[in-house]
Ligand binder design. Structure first.
Ligand code: FAD
Ligand code: UDP
Length: 398
């Protein structure tokens, strides 16, 4: 009898397997329908010996010391600060839009102050920022919105930015300085020997059994377990009872080229040309030295493996119906990007899994009657997850 059946060996499932096995001495069976662990963060050496990310570029970044320190138990790191160029008007310019972007694009020589005034002169007044269009036009105006955001977003999501929640384009800031970094988090690094090696180390414990190429439907009635942790799509778990939750998919086209380098930057975004959104050159992320180079193109798709929950109000409403059902389902815990229908980065999923682990141990202590009396809430304290979620600038402080 296993204490836990964990469905999905990505970040959500693997963090929980590791904590429950090493800290709570639980017996775990972790399964995945794919033929590998690591979920969407899986990486491997391709036929030519270049390390690639099978499901598109994964760059680790976080502001959470706790998450970084936790993962550091399983890997050393290669410091790496990501940067991206966008192909706009026949030039490659920095994205996030910064001072250099504007000067290169318009052939100007503005200062930070001047570019700030320029943005202000272009910005549209938007009384309440609700959508992904509002976010951008209210900061930099319509022209830059159309050059950098409108078409990329339409391609990526199959929706106009005006139909998408503001959180989507809010992921990409606007700057008036020359900082070209894609992220500004405190910790930015790549696992030195790759994500898969890190996952192997997390799951290397006598209490953890791994079963690959296994859909949970095939074993659910055969293998005995006490509790389940589910990290697949939540609507699938409930047989699409309320209808399908929309997820956006991608098709990855991997190529290895017989030259040392191909791109001018680790990633080039294509807001306006081509059917793909971006090209990534893996050696730039991993630091590997190799005479050949491997790249991946991302083609957005409506059908296929679910990769992105689609943040828009109707979908949040539909998800809430599933969430209610999930909350009422005894002994099953829903964790991760697909199971909680959240556009989470890796660090947010790790934080969510660590939070669920704490809740599970508290619940067990309560059931055994060994729980300490609850501490009074500390004013101003925030959970690990709250700390990692983007701040809502419209939310007034209580
Ligand atoms: P997943 O990794 O999706 O794992 C879920 C697992 O469950 C899968 O392996 C799946 O096969 C398995 N499963 C599903 N259904 C079943 C079933 N019925 N039976 C058995 N197994 C099942 N985050 C970053 O922080 N930085 C990045 O640069 C970044 N880049 C990304 C690029 C792309 C193209 C994508 C799609 C995502 C990116 N992310 C990035 C997000 C990151 O991939 C996720 O936050 C993280 O991998 C989610 O982990 P998870 O465990 O919730 O889900
Ligand atoms: N985006 C855009 N143009 C860009 C980069 C991003 O329009 O050059 C928008 C697009 O809607 C995208 C979102 O911003 O989906 C978030 O970008 P991010 O790079 O964070 O996407 P991810 O890496 O999660 O695919």
């Amino acid at each position: 009898m296993f204490d836990y059946l964990i469905v999905g060996a990505g970040f959500a499932g693997s963090v929980l397997a590791e904590r429950l096995a090493t800290r709570s001495n639980k017996k775990i069976l972790i399964i995945d329908k794919r033929n590998h662990i690591g979920g969407n963060a899986y990486d491997h050496y391709n036929e030519e010996g270049v390390m690639v990310h099978k499901y598109g570029p994964h760059i680790f970044h976080t502001n959470s010391k706790e998450v970084f320190e936790y993962l550091s138990n399983f890997t050393d790191w290669r410091p790496y600060e990501h940067w991206v160029l966008a192909s706009v008007d026949g030039q490659h310019v920095p994205i996030p839009i910064n001072l250099d972007t504007i000067n290169k694009l318009y052939g100007t020589n503005m200062t930070s102050f001047e570019v700030d005034a320029f943005f202000e002169s272009q910005a549209e007044e938007v009384p309440v920022i609700r959508t992904s269009e509002d976010v951008v036009v209210s900061k930099v105006g319509r022209e830059l919105y159309e050059k950098f955001f409108r078409n990329y977003t339409r391609k990526q999501w199959g929706l106009d930015p005006s139909e998408l929640d503001k959180s989507v384009t809010s992921r990409v800031p606007t700057r008036t300085n020359r900082d070209r970094r894609y992220f500004t988090d405190t910790y930015q690094a790549m696992p030195l020997h790759g994500y898969t090696k890190m996952f192997e180390k997390m799951l290397d414990h006598p209490n953890i059994k791994i079963m690959l190429n296994t859909d949970y439907h095939d074993i659910i009635n055969v293998i005995p377990f006490k509790e389940m942790i589910f990290t697949g799509p939540v609507d699938e778990y409930f047989d699409f009872k309320f209808g399908k939750l929309p997820y956006r998919s991608l098709e990855f086209k991997h190529e290895t080229l017989n030259k040392e380098w191909h791109l001018e930057a680790p990633v080039v975004n294509y807001p306006n040309e081509h059917l793909y959104t971006r090209i990534t050159e893996f050696k730039a992320l991993t630091g590997q030295q190799h005479p050949k180079t491997s790249i991946v193109y991302e083609f957005p798709r409506a059908e296929g493996d679910p990769y992105y929950p689609i943040p828009k109000p109707e979908n949040a409403e539909l998800y809430n119906k599933y969430k209610k059902l999930a909350d009422e389902t005894p002994n099953v815990h829903f964790v991760g990007r697909l199971a909680t229908y959240k556009y989470y980065n890796m660090d947010q999923v790790v934080a969510q899994a660590l939070t669920v682990y704490k809740k599970l141990t508290e619940k067990e202590k309560e059931e055994k009657g060994t729980a300490k009396p609850a501490k009074p809430a500390i004013t101003g304290s925030a959970t690990l997850m709250e700390k990692l979620l983007p701040r809502d600038p419209d939310k007034k402080k209580a």
